[in-house]
Design a protein around this ligand. Structure first.
Ligand SMILES: CC(C)(COP(=O)(O)OP(=O)(O)OC[C@H]1O[C@@H](n2cnc3c(N)ncnc32)[C@H](O)[C@@H]1OP(=O)(O)O)[C@@H](O)C(=O)NCCC(=O)NCCS
Length: 217
């Protein structure tokens, strides 16, 4: 079972953090990196890991992370064979504004083992999300944890919905959305599966495997 540190409210909190959205946005513009999103976590085997927002100096670690992904994981993430990331892609993935574009990484020591991100669709309050977990860390609850933490951060930043496109055969990703506790709408066309849902915490039913405070039942 995964858990998060107790220095922030769990994603199921029903208070509306956007009441202070103006001051949050001002503070982020002033300080940039949102250190308050950092927390220690454990995977379902109780292995201690660290979750934090991506930083521009993660470029080397991101390249190393990508090099360890299987071709199948790369294809399910990018819908294409992509053995190497271009320098432009590395910059795009590591340089975010922490408001309309946010990525969270999970680290095992110094190594990135998972990344989840949202990018606001221009002129909307919807963020498109995508995830990738290193193969040897898959099925350990990290995808589920990243979605919960990203949704909480996005809601605080004024986004109200998430959407995603995944492959119809990607049962793991689809299961994460279906088990997220959010009211998920789905459709599909050919091999692509479309998901969208409100990230309003008041509409969320806390799932059984949600992130928890250490020591909580
Ligand atoms: C898809 C992917 C991100 C999932 O990440 P993950 O860390 O392996 O996923 P999790 O362990 O959190 O969740 C998946 C599993 O938990 C289950 N699960 C998740 N939340 C759950 C919940 N609340 N209750 C019960 N089961 C749950 C899922 O059914 C699935 O079961 P399994 O691992 O036993 O097969 C990962 O496999 C990956 O990186 N794949 C390649 C890239 C990719 O497909 N990206 C998606 C593009 S958007």
């Amino acid at each position: 079972m995964q858990a998060v540190t107790s220095d922030r409210e769990p994603p199921g909190d029903v208070s509306d953090p956007r009441e202070s959205e103006g001051s949050l946005v001002e503070s982020l513009l002033a300080t940039g990196y949102p250190a308050e999103l950092e927390c220690d976590v454990v995977d379902k085997f109780n292995v201690p890991l660290h979750l934090r927002p991506v930083r521009s100096d993660d470029a080397g670690q991101l390249v190393a992370f990508h090099a360890r992904l299987s071709p199948g994981s790369i294809y399910r993430r990018y819908f294409a064979a992509r053995p190497l990331l271009t320098p432009q892609e590395v910059s795009h993935l590591t340089q975010v504004d922490y408001l309309d574009r946010l990525a969270l990484v999970i680290l095992d020591g110094d190594e990135i083992v998972a990344i989840g991100r949202y990018e606001r669709i221009p002129s909307t309050a919807t963020g498109e999300v995508a995830f990738v977990v290193r193969d040897d860390f898959q099925h350990r609850g990290l995808g589920h944890l990243l979605l919960a933490q990203l949704a909480s951060a996005a809601w605080s930043r004024g986004l109200t919905k998430f959407s995603a496109i995944t492959l119809l055969e990607n049962r793991g990703m689809i299961a994460i959305f279906e088990h997220s506790g959010f009211p998920v709408s789905t459709s599909h066309r050919d091999e692509e599966y479309y998901v969208s849902f409100s990230i309003n915490p008041a509409e969320r039913v806390a799932p059984r495997r949600d992130a928890r405070r250490p020591g909580a039942e």
